[in-house]
Design a binder for this molecule. Structure first.
Ligand code: SAM
Length: 332
């Protein structure tokens, strides 16, 4: 039923990226590691993947490459899906990277990374001082591995061309590296909402020719894999949430840790990456059996909040996001 499943590895992420909020969950993630709940989650993920058999698996976090379970998990998951996308920040020590190099990576794995600017000064501010040299050297080491790497540049950045040029100069990508284009998304309760609204006009002007955009940047190495910019193009261009592919068919099942009352550790799930910040994960694994996780797609009213979809930030050029939903068309 679902083309992809996205899961969250609950290992703390050492990165403190200004555009991301998941590092705020580090103390909870550490607790899940210490108590063994992380292992239960990973077993549950495998059972969910086995039951639904998506073509693609996305592993986010936390920082999955630092999790001691990742090698074993990749081996088992590789038997169940065609492709595994693993997200990494490359923000860890050189010692950690020397361990990561030794993790056996099945052929179906692609290491995904979202580069931000590649400017040492800006980098320092945006990452709370993570050493730029360590970051770049980690990526250089990764480039030398045979595992495929995907670098997802953010289409909102006005200086995208310079960014991709600097990436090539610093990292010297080879044939194991590919580049795709993604949208900035508000993943942290309004953290980048204004940045999205401010760059809305850049995004809208670029969506019509993403291939051309990448060619203009001078990137010629391989064909461009589709990213969120491709997937959400029709909706952003039309301002019509009914054009959202996540509403049209069950595309993705997304699971992550969502706390629980009375010390209970709970996994929750949802069906889209652009849910309004305050609505969170709608559905509760534990209440719903694994083989019925598709049921709420049709019956659980997950589309009720589409009028407050995070991507509506691209419908305005104002930073006054109260105006965002004006003119938005929606039919349930
Ligand atoms: C939350 S991170 C967790 C996995 C891993 N630690 C990493 O950095 O890739 C997953 C992905 O979300 C991306 N991300 C975080 N905030 C974002 C934003 N505002 N817009 C687009 N992508 C974002 C990260 O760059 C990363 O590619």
């Amino acid at each position: 039923m679902f083309k992809s499943i996205r899961i969250q590895f609950v290992h703390p992420c050492r990165a403190q990226c200004a555009w991301c909020s998941t590092h705020r969950k580090n103390p909870i993630f550490q607790d899940l590691q210490d108590t063994g709940s992380a292992l239960d989650f990973y077993d549950t993920y495998l059972r969910v993947i086995d039951a639904h058999r998506p073509k693609e698996l996305f592993i986010s976090g936390g920082e999955p490459l630092l999790d001691p379970q990742i090698g074993r998990f990749l081996t088992r998951a590789a038997e169940l899906v065609d492709t595994i996308h693993l997200f990494t920040s490359y923000q860890f020590s050189r010692t950690a990277m020397s361990g990561i190099i030794k993790i056996p990576m099945p052929d179906c794995v692609i290491l995904n990374h979202t580069p931000i600017y590649f400017e040492p000064d800006r980098w320092k501010k945006l990452t709370n001082g993570f050493p730029f040299e360590v970051y770049i050297n980690n990526i250089r080491d990764a480039v030398q591995l045979s595992v495929r790497k995907r670098f997802k540049f953010i289409v909102n950045h006005s200086r995208l061309h310079e960014e991709i040029q600097r990436f090539s100069d610093y990292v010297k990508p080879n044939e194991t590296c590919e580049v795709s284009l993604k949208l900035m998304n508000d993943q942290g309760d309004g953290l980048v909402r204004e940045n999205m609204a401010r760059s809305a006009h850049v995004v809208r002007s670029r969506l019509s020719d993403l291939d051309g955009l990448l060619t203009e940047t001078g990137w010629t190495q391989t064909s461009r894999p589709k990213g969120s910019a491709d997937l959400m193009k029709a909706m952003i261009e039309s301002g019509d949430v009914n054009a959202c592919p996540y509403r049209q068919e069950p595309l993705e099942l997304r699971l992550s840790y969502a706390g629980g009352s009375g010390g209970r550790q709970v996994l929750k799930y949802r069906y889209c990456p652009y849910f309004p910040p305050e609505s969170g994960h709608r559905f509760h694994l534990g209440r719903d059996p694994i083989n019925k996780m598709g049921k709420n797609y049709h019956r659980g009213h997950f589309k009720d909040h589409c009028d407050r979809c995070r991507l509506t930030n691209y419908q305005t050029d104002q930073t006054d996001i109260n105006q965002t939903n004006k003119g938005l068309k929606i039919i349930q």
